[in-house]
Ligand binder design. Structure first.
Ligand code: NAD
Length: 358
């Protein structure tokens, strides 16, 4: 069967990584009709927007996309394209499995955590009021009237909406994922002791959902304590479910536990659509140098192959990548003991090694 999949190469290091990963996927024996769609800083001039409607249409039509990282232009008035794709398509789940790989240097061994991050609400909702603007001053005086608390007039304001329905659907996803993937426990993480009406609501709604899953343990942690616990005893945790901002931060922490951004995959789901992408960004300083690690996007592609039912090819590709990394020969600079190791290979050559190991 031939699958129709949208490929968004992105910008910065995105295009070279996507090209390398595409070759690996094809070599694993999967038949894909790639529909290349543009997004990012490089298309801003051409379309007047970094996220053309045709790209969203392509994802809606094909239902599955593989995406390279995209730079967030600073000072153009455009928000993050990555956040915009998730919001426009209501991709409310950001799934980030973090599993130790032999051969990747890390202070930790045997990490096996799954971060389930809510993708559409919270401080990422994009509802912000700039310091000094008339509407901001109006909002401040309205809030002061309602809350009987003082806000400094020279404040900027960001709004943090967290809903019962938004929380229930993300927590349900976390539990369903736990059931399907033989996981034992779901831990909800917030700062509910301070933000009672948003983070507190998240815990309340999560408890309601947890009652429906009697085979999976449920527990709650506060985000500050969770950071310390993940550093001290990550083996105590399994699936973590978090609102957007905490989920973003904890994802990077968990990526750090397994050796860094170069090996941490991710996926976004919602409404029957799925967009697969690495946690890492576009690392502009390495763009076009054939230098960075393709593993994170490659493992995102492995998640994609499982999603489209290509289990055997996914397993084959994952094993081949693990073999190349464990051997430590044909790997990029970040996987070498010494970052200046002259035997480090480029993005494309690491993909060649994975293909040879298939
Ligand atoms: P980044 O992830 O791009 O880079 C941080 C550092 O991590 C790099 O300098 C590099 O040392 C290392 N790194 C990242 N990917 C690597 C790889 N594949 N192999 C080896 N090393 C790697 O983060 P940043 O510098 O904060 O962000 C750069 C741009 O990317 C920003 O515009 C940001 O908004 C954007 N961004 C996009 C996404 C996305 O597309 N989903 C995610 C995060 C950041």
């Amino acid at each position: 069967m031939t699958h129709n999949i949208t490929l968004i190469p992105g910008d910065g290091i995105g295009p070279e990584i996507c090209e390398a990963v595409k070759r690996c996927v094809i070599a694993a024996g999967v038949k894909i009709n790639w529909e290349v769609a543009e997004a990012g800083a490089d298309v801003l001039k051409k379309y007047g927007t970094p996220l053309p409607e045709s790209t969203l249409e392509s994802i809606r039509k094909n239902k599955v996309a593989l995406k390279g990282p995209i730079t967030t232009p600073i000072g153009t008035g455009f928000r993050s394209v990555n956040v915009a794709i998730r919001k426009e398509l209501d991709l409310f789940v950001c799934l980030r499995p973090c599993k130790s790989l032999t051969g990747v240097r890390s202070k930790y061994k045997n990490i096996d955590l799954v971060v389930v991050r809510e993708n559409t609400e919270d401080l990422y909702a994009g509802i912000e009021f700039e310091e000094g603007k008339t509407e901001t001053l109006g909002l401040i005086s309205e809030i002061e009237k309602l809350s009987k608390k003082k806000i400094s007039k020279d404040s900027g304001i960001s709004i943090k909406p967290i809903s019962i329905s938004g929380t229930k659907r993300i927590v349900k996803f976390a539990f369903d994922y736990a059931v399907k993937n033989n996981r034992k426990k779901v831990t909800a993480v917030t700062k509910a002791n301070i933000m009672k009406f948003t983070d507190g609501l998240f815990f309340h709604a999560a408890r309601e959902v947890a009652k429906e899953y009697n085979t999976i343990e449920y527990e709650e942690r506060l985000i500050d304590n969770m950071c310390m616990q993940l550093v001290q005893k990550p083996e105590l945790y399994d699936v973590l479910v978090l609102p957007n901002l905490y989920g973003d931060i904890i994802s990077d922490l968990c990526a750090g536990l397994i050796g860094g951004l170069g090996v941490a995959p991710g996926a976004n789901f919602g409404n029957g659509l799925a967009v697969f992408e690495a946690i890492h960004g576009s690392a502009p300083k390495y763009a076009g140098l054939n230098k960075v690690n393709p593993t994170a996007v490659l493992l995102s592609a492995v998640l994609m192959l499982r999603h489209i039912g290509e289990q055997a090819s996914a397993d084959k590709l994952e094993k081949a990548a693990a073999k190349v990394i464990a051997e430590g020969k044909s790997v990029t600079y970040d996987l070498k003991l010494n970052r200046d190791d002259p035997t480090a290979v480029g993005t494309s050559q690491m993909a060649d090694a994975v293909i040879a190991a298939l």
